[in-house]
Each structure stands twice: as C-alpha cells, then as structure tokens.
Ligand binder design. Structure first.
Ligand code: BTN
Length: 322
C-alpha cells in the first residue's frame, strides 16, 4: 500500500459519495484504464469494497478496519508525529523495527505500527499479546533535547496523552497506575514502554512504545486485562484512536518543551490511581512498601515508608494494597 497511486485513487473515491468514472480517475492520475483496473483489484484484495458499474464508474462502499498508511495519514494534522510512518501487517515487535530505524538515523516523529506482533514485548521481560487487527501496537522514535535521566517524563506524558485520546474517541474514563499502566476498572487496557538510546549524557533517540487493547473480545483476554470494546460494547475505530493519540502526544510534547514538566505532571496526577494508596513496588527480587505520596519532577514515585523516611523509586511493578 505504499505506492502513491492507490492512495490517490482512494482519495478520489472517498471524496465522492456517488460514482466516479474510470475515465475521470485515469485522466486525473494520468494512468491507463488497465492500470486503474489493476489497482482497483489490489484495493479490493486489501479489504476495500468497491462497486464497479458499467457506464457509471466506481464507488467506494466500505473501508476495512486497517491502519494502512493512507488511512492514518488522511486528516492527521500533526506537524511531525506520525508524518513518517512505517506500516506492517505482522512484525516480531515494532520495537525491533523502530530500533533499527533509529540507529539508521530516522527522524524524530517516525512511527512504526503493526497489525499484529509475533513476539510483542512487555516490561520486565514479559510478552505482549498482540492479536491481528484487534489493538494498536506502535513504536514512536523521538529525538528530544534532554538528559537521559529526564526521559521517564516521556512515559508519563505518553500515558496522559493516551488517556486523553481514549476519552475523546470513546468517551471512556481511564486511570493510570504508576508508572505506565492504563486501566479501566482496575484491569489493564494499555501498556507503555520507553527505551532510551544514549551516549553518556546525551540522548540519541528514544523509542516510546504502546500496546492498546481496542477491539479484543472479553473472552480472548486474561482475567486482569480489558479492552475498549468490552466497556463501550461496540467496536472503536482504531484509525481515529491512533490519530488522536498522535495529536495529543504532539500537543503535550510541545507543552513539555516550552513550559517544562509542570503541566504534564499535573495532568498525570489528575488521571492517576496510585497516589494516596498504600503500595508495594516490586523491582528485581526486592520490594519497597509504603504510602504513595507524589511523583517527582523526573517521574519517580515518592514513597513514605513505615519508618517515616521518604524514598524515591524510579522503576518497578506497583501493587495497590488498598
Ligand atoms: C507493558 O508491559 O506494560 C508494556 C507493553 C508494551 C507493548 C507494546 S505493543 C507495541 C510495542 N512493541 C512491543 O513489542 N511492545 C510494545
């Protein structure tokens, strides 16, 4: 689908609610009628329902729920995020592809997305269930002008942006469990993973990855996971959700660049479900326990331990005790 001609054909078909003649399309795109016919067959094979009526021409009846570059780019009014987009039907992991592109110098804002992953990666060596056409599996390359130690704020920013986008597109309220799980009714809807590639004190690039359970059926999910469809009781348009995530990410990223972390942290606090609770934070065979007081400007979680001391944790798995 990366050839521009099919994109242009779709664009013409989408502009018209009624028929557009083959002659018109061929003339506007400067292609032969035979080439047009071949492209129409390819589009049909990709899932588009296109009606062809002699003497009238072609009419688009339905588009498939696919994240094709053309569908995502159409109407995406971001400046940089997602403007360069790599779409795949199946990948081992979008992270592997993004890492490769990042090392080769891909520009900031480059997005990798896949309809399914065979080796989706979660935090702490876990896997991420990535069934075809059901969720969003994305990795975004950013080249922020910040210290590697400041990068965790990008995870918080991403979580906030995804919550905001979900609200806009589905109307559903979500909560963030520190640092980066998005929940509905205490069940996991979305996971975020941030990887930093840096030389000592300078970030080369960051890969922000997210997996969102969108149209998964309840019975196909584990007991601790949920999907937007489960709560909305209807399918959500993945293209619209992805576009809104990119818009929100760009908006919040600009705020971070211009005004610092303050507003992002405040939005995170409003969406969070961890602060004020007694929590256990598990990290590499040990755990910290205490009251989750606040997050620090670098995204760390401030815990008040039972001995009254305040400790900052930067990573780990949170269990809410109450
Ligand atoms: C978590 O464990 O909570 C983080 C899950 C991150 C999953 C996403 S899906 C897209 C990207 N590619 C992967 O292999 N993992 C991330």
């Amino acid at each position: 689908m990366s050839d521009l001609v099919p994109d242009k054909i779709l664009s013409l078909l989408k502009k018209k609610e009624s028929y557009i003649s083959g002659e018109d399309i061929s003339a506007q795109l400067n292609i032969s009628r035979q080439a047009l016919w071949k492209h129409i067959q390819d589009l049909k094979d990709s899932g588009y329902t296109i009606e062809a009526v002699p003497h009238l021409g072609y009419r688009l009846e339905a588009s498939p729920d696919r994240l094709f570059e053309f569908e995502v780019s159409r109407g995406l009014n971001t400046k940089t995020l997602g403007k360069k987009l790599f779409y795949f039907d199946t990948l081992t992991s979008t992270i592997d592809m993004a890492m490769d592109l990042g090392v080769k110098g891909a520009s900031s804002g480059t997005l990798v997305l896949a309809e399914s992953q065979t080796k989706g990666k979660g935090r702490l060596g876990r896997s991420w269930f990535s069934p075809k056409y059901k969720g969003l599996y994305i990795s975004l390359i950013l080249r922020p002008d910040m210290l590697p130690t400041q990068a965790p704020i990008l995870t918080l920013l991403t979580a906030v942006s995804i919550c905001e986008a979900i609200k806009v597109v589905s109307g559903l309220d979500t909560r963030i469990k520190w640092p980066n799980d998005i929940l509905i009714n205490n069940k996991k809807l979305c996971g975020i993973l941030t990887q930093v590639v840096s030389e000592t004190d300078k970030i080369d690039f960051v890969i922000i990855s997210a997996g969102v359970n969108v149209n998964n059926d309840k019975k196909a999910l584990t007991a601790t996971a949920t999907s937007l469809k489960e709560h909305k009781k209807e399918e959500i348009c993945r293209v619209s959700l992805l576009q809104e995530i990119l818009r929100r990410l760009e908006e919040n990223y600009l705020v971070l660049e211009k005004k610092g972390a303050g507003q992002i942290l405040e939005k995170w606090r409003q969406h969070n479900t961890t602060l004020g609770r007694r929590v256990k934070v598990y990290c590499q065979h040990k755990h910290n326990e205490g009251e989750a007081l606040d997050i620090d400007s670098d995204g760390g979680l401030l815990l008040r331990k039972d001995n009254g001391l305040i400790e900052k944790v930067m990573a780990g798995d949170v269990v809410h005790c109450r």
